[in-house]
Design a protein around this ligand. Structure first.
Ligand SMILES: Nc1ncnc2c1ncn2[C@@H]1O[C@H](COP(=O)(O)OP(=O)(O)O)[C@@H](O)[C@H]1O
Ligand SMILES: [Mg+2]
Length: 303
């Protein structure tokens, strides 16, 4: 299908005797963001580098923009932009020089000044790369990936070392790229980044896909239990609360916690009860499992 920009089936890759990728499958649609999540050593970078044509696979089928990336053909490379996990550029070039040099490799580059400001380095154009902070170097990496006007962009941990506002800016940048119909494959350890950007999340652990879905439904997250917490009002006994009899509330340090599939009716009863008695439910919180909760469950990576 024309809409499928990347298709991976049964992908395998070993280093020596070690199987780093053990039969990975996924697809990515045009204009979508795929977030690949997984603990260190899961095989994310290996997978991404195979899709980029930087590594040869051992087995499986891979199609990127309708081609096999292992052939490393020039046309495919000109349509793809890459932020490597570790980037090596000549540290003595200035930001503008580095981007200009990279632009020269592509048939239809974006204007260099536009790219420099897109990645928030407008004030740093004439600075040598070696003088940039870690986060600024990462922005430059993003600029280098985007200057070729790519249809498909691979971002391997692109916001590591960014301050919070730089991360938000780069999220806006990625959203803008997708709005233009470009496709993005992202690896990240930041669950909020995956939540904010991804249309599709694929979790890899020990070389295998352990779950796939949207950020909101991954691992049955949308069907997970809701937790309701609040401080037990002074002078109120637990048995006075309008809780359904089958619920078993826990009380710790004066905080009541109940878990149930859907909290709608409970919240109605509780807040109605509190209002009628002129009570305040201090610290009232309603929480569904976060993407991080689900991720930690799936990967057993909870320390
Ligand atoms: N060039 C290599 N030679 C040998 N082992 C490697 C090489 N690259 C990666 N590995 C191993 O393969 C596994 C997957 O690595 P990687 O794909 O970098 O994982 P991730 O990006 O998910 O952290 C790790 O155990 C790593 O040590
Ligand atoms: Mg990696």
């Amino acid at each position: 299908m024309d809409d499928i920009v990347i298709s991976v089936k049964g992908l395998t890759k070993s280093y020596g005797g070690f199987e780093a990728v053990r039969g990975v499958d996924f697809e990515v649609r045009r204009g979508h963001v795929l977030a690949l999540l997984g603990p260190n050593g899961a095989g994310k970078t290996t997978t991404v580098e195979i899709l980029e044509g930087y590594r040869q696979r051992d087995g499986g089928e891979v199609s990127v923009l309708g081609r096999d990336p292992s052939h490393r053909d020039k046309e495919l490379r000109s349509r793809v932009g890459i932020v490597l996990q570790e980037c090596a550029v000549d540290q003595y070039l200035t930001v503008t020089e580095a981007i200009t040099q990279r632009a020269g490799l592509y048939p239809d580059p974006r204007p260099v000044d536009e790219v420099v400001s897109m990645v928030g380095l407008g004030a740093k154009g004439r600075c040598r790369i070696k003088t940039l902070s870690g986060g600024q170097q990462r922005r430059l990496d993003l600029g280098l990936a985007l200057v070729g006007n790519p249809e498909l962009i691979f971002l391997d941990e692109p916001t590591t070392g960014f301050d919070p506002s730089a991360r938000r800016e780069s999220w806006e940048l990625v959203r803008g790229l997708c709005a233009e119909g470009r496709t993005v494959v992202l690896t990240t350890h930041y669950m909020d980044e995956a939540q904010a950007l991804a249309d599709q999340v694929t979790v890899i652990a020990a070389g295998k896909v352990v779950a796939s879905g949207t950020p909101d439904t991954l691992g049955g997250r949308d069907q997970g239990e809701t937790t309701v917490r609040f401080v037990l009002p002074a002078g109120v006994e637990l048995c006075e609360l309008p809780l359904p009899p089958d619920l078993r509330p826990e009380v710790r340090c004066g905080v009541v916690e109940v878990r149930l599939p859907d909290a709608t009716a409970l919240l109605h009863d509780l807040t109605g009860w509190a209002l009628a008695r002129g009570q305040v439910l201090d610290g009232l919180k309603v929480r569904r499992p976060s993407l991080e909760d689900v991720y930690l469950d799936l990967t057993g990576d909870d320390g």
